[in-house]
Write a protein that binds this ligand. Structure first.
Ligand SMILES: NC(=O)c1ccc[n+]([C@@H]2O[C@H](COP(=O)([O-])OP(=O)(O)OC[C@H]3O[C@@H](n4cnc5c(N)ncnc54)[C@H](OP(=O)(O)O)[C@@H]3O)[C@@H](O)[C@H]2O)c1
Ligand SMILES: *[C@@H]1O[C@H](CO)[C@@H](O)[C@H](O)[C@H]1NC(C)=O
Ligand SMILES: *[C@@H]1O[C@H](CO)[C@@H](O)[C@H](O)[C@H]1NC(C)=O
Length: 268
């Protein structure tokens, strides 16, 4: 009896493995879209999902600005991406999202140097770190994941609008589902739980993306990306304009795609 049961469970698991893998990997984009002539900023692109994104978009011909707090790490990543893709248009600019003066300096430099900004990818993030504060005195996860990107987006918004069709992509997480915005202790000063603070910061990304999408309406298409699982498109596609989509393989990413991918990912 026990043997039958064990055998049954094994068979079931074997049958389910492809489905589980597919679920964990999210949608798959097969687009061959090119991004020649497009400028992209990716925060935290010296490693992880950000670097994978840089690699993919560089392959498609985009000019990539790696925005990171450690310029040396950024240069190493940039050289790697250049060597692998043959695209020399990969540059590094210093950005510390935990310091509003650094965010301002970064934005000023970008506004001076760049004629266009077609895609801003707010990817950098800290996750479940011990309690600490940003230079401006905010709880670190709320400060970097939400407030730093909030300021950055705000400072670059005119340039993005002028470059339309443009995209802003915020990388959130399914963790936002467990998030609560704790207005009685927004900065976790009374009580800090690293997991709760992370979820709160990721929920803040979602809320702001929604509101900004509402305010920008047709000008800028926004995407909310839930790493590992899905991209959620918050705006109607403006017809012929390309939409972006990321593919996750394992827990690292990504491929940019064109039109219909949002529906595609949602449908899949
Ligand atoms: N990996 C997952 O399973 C997962 C799941 C859901 C959501 N996400 C989201 O995906 C995004 C990227 O995650 P990841 O897994 O690629 O993380 P990661 O490998 O830890 O990379 C995070 C990046 O953010 C940068 N960063 C941290 N603090 C910063 C600051 N103050 N200023 C500027 N950059 C800063 C890091 O720079 P340093 O290298 O200098 O530290 C690094 O480049 C995050 O928003 C995360 O919430 C990830
Ligand atoms: C992205 O998230 C930041 C921080 O939560 C928010 O301020 C900004 O408005 C969002 N941007 C977009 C384009 O949704
Ligand atoms: C909000 O913060 C207060 C004060 O630290 C705490 O007592 C409460 O449990 C928190 N609520 C949530 C939902 O995290």
């Amino acid at each position: 009896m026990f043997l039958y049961l064990a055998a049954g469970v094994c068979v079931l698991l074997i049958l389910l493995v492809p489905r589980i893998r597919k679920f964990a990997a999210g949608g798959v984009c097969v687009s061959t879209a090119r991004l020649d002539g497009k400028t992209v900023i990716i925060t935290g692109a010296n490693t992880g999902i950000g670097k994978e994104t840089a690699r993919d978009l560089a392959k498609r011909g985009a000019r990539i600005i790696i925005a990171c707090r450690d310029v040396i790490k950024g240069e190493i990543a940039a050289q790697e991406v250049i060597a692998e893709t043959g695209n020399k248009q990969v540059i590094v600019r210093k950005l510390d999202l935990a310091d509003s003066s650094s965010v301002k300096q970064f934005a000023e430099k970008i506004l001076k140097e760049e004629q266009h900004l077609h895609i801003l990818i707010n990817n950098a993030g800290v996750m479940m770190c011990p309690y600490s504060k940003t230079v401006d005195g905010f709880e670190m996860q709320f400060g970097v994941n939400h407030l730093g990107h909030f300021l950055l987006t705000f400072l670059l918004l005119d340039l993005i609008k002028r470059s339309a069709p443009a995209r802003i992509v915020n990388v959130s997480s399914l963790a936002h589902l467990f998030g609560r915005i704790n207005f009685s202790d927004l900065q976790s000063e009374k009580n800090y739980d690293s997991g709760r603070a992370y979820c709160q910061s990721k929920l803040a990304n979602v809320l702001f993306t929604r509101e900004l999408a509402r305010r920008l309406e047709e000008t800028v298409i926004q995407h909310l990306l839930h790493s590992k699982l899905k991209i959620m498109k918050l705006q109607k596609d403006s017809g012929t304009q390309a939409a972006s989509c990321w593919e996750f393989s394992g827990n690292r990413a990504l491929k940019l795609d064109t039109a219909k991918t949002a529906e595609y990912t949602l449908a899949n």
